[in-house]
Design a protein around this ligand. Structure first.
Ligand SMILES: [Zn+2]
Length: 238
């Protein structure tokens, strides 16, 4: 039986820098609160115009360190060609069984003007979450035993050409970790240097600030839940 570990939150996205941009503040906040958080980059993100594999992996490690997460892993699925195939579902489900998260987070929505990998990643995560709990199929998942993931949390893409149909949403106050989020994004110098860095940081501040305005805090990230957020004491979430 392979080594296993258990984590509270596993965040999964196709490219190194996706999670930092979309939910870096929340990942840092969760880690700060003492939760075990892992980041899974489904591909190594290369090739890109200014990146190299070695440089991108160093940036990925630096960003994870800045956010304070317990671990990160880069899977060997193909950048630019990520597809919701059975083989890829098995690979991702094996990773979910290996880390056994209570909560799975993944990007939500189609990036119609950018990489199609993001939507395929959503489909893969939804399928792999289901496959993770199935019995009598361990041979497909490297021998890892079944694991049921309690919650799938959607990270809506920041800018979408179409409305996102998220029925249940919640906001995380990232005011205390906003600087970590910006620093983690800045670690990707192969992707964001000079004007590009200025532009992405401006957009992140603006969007997080606008989300914060809606949520009644300075900066926030907004997520979708797979079912209504429950509370025995409603005041605990108000
Ligand atoms: Zn991406």
């Amino acid at each position: 039986m392979p080594d296993e570990m258990k984590v509270d939150v596993l965040a999964v996205a196709p490219h190194p820098d996706d999670l930092e941009i979309q939910c870096g503040g929340t990942l840092a906040q969760l880690a700060k609160l003492g939760h075990t958080v892992g980041m899974i980059h489904m591909t190594n993100g290369e090739p890109t115009p200014r990146g190299t594999l070695e440089r991108r992996m160093a940036e990925t490690a630096e960003a994870a360190k800045i956010l304070g997460v317990a671990f990160h892993e880069v899977l060997d699925l193909p950048n630019r060609e990520l597809m919701d195939t059975l083989e890829n579902r098995y690979k991702l489900a094996a990773t979910l069984r290996k880390y056994r998260p209570r909560v799975l987070m993944t990007m939500y929505g189609r990036t119609v003007t950018a990489s199609p990998d993001h939507y395929q990643a959503q489909l893969l995560c939804e399928a792999a979450r289901f496959y993770s709990r199935l019995t009598k199929w361990d041979d497909r998942f490297g021998g890892y035993p079944p694991h049921t993931i309690d919650h799938l949390v959607y990270i809506p893409i920041m800018v979408s050409a179409e409305p996102l149909q998220l029925q249940w949403k919640f906001a995380v106050d990232i005011t205390d970790t906003m600087d970590q989020k910006l620093a983690a994004i800045s670690a990707y110098k192969s992707q964001f240097d000079g004007e590009r860095a200025e532009s992405i940081l401006h957009r992140i501040r603006s969007i997080s600030g606008a989300n914060g305005g809606v949520a009644g805090v300075k900066y926030a990230e907004i997520f979708g839940a797979d079912r209504p957020v429950r509370a025995t004491d409603p005041l605990s979430i108000l």
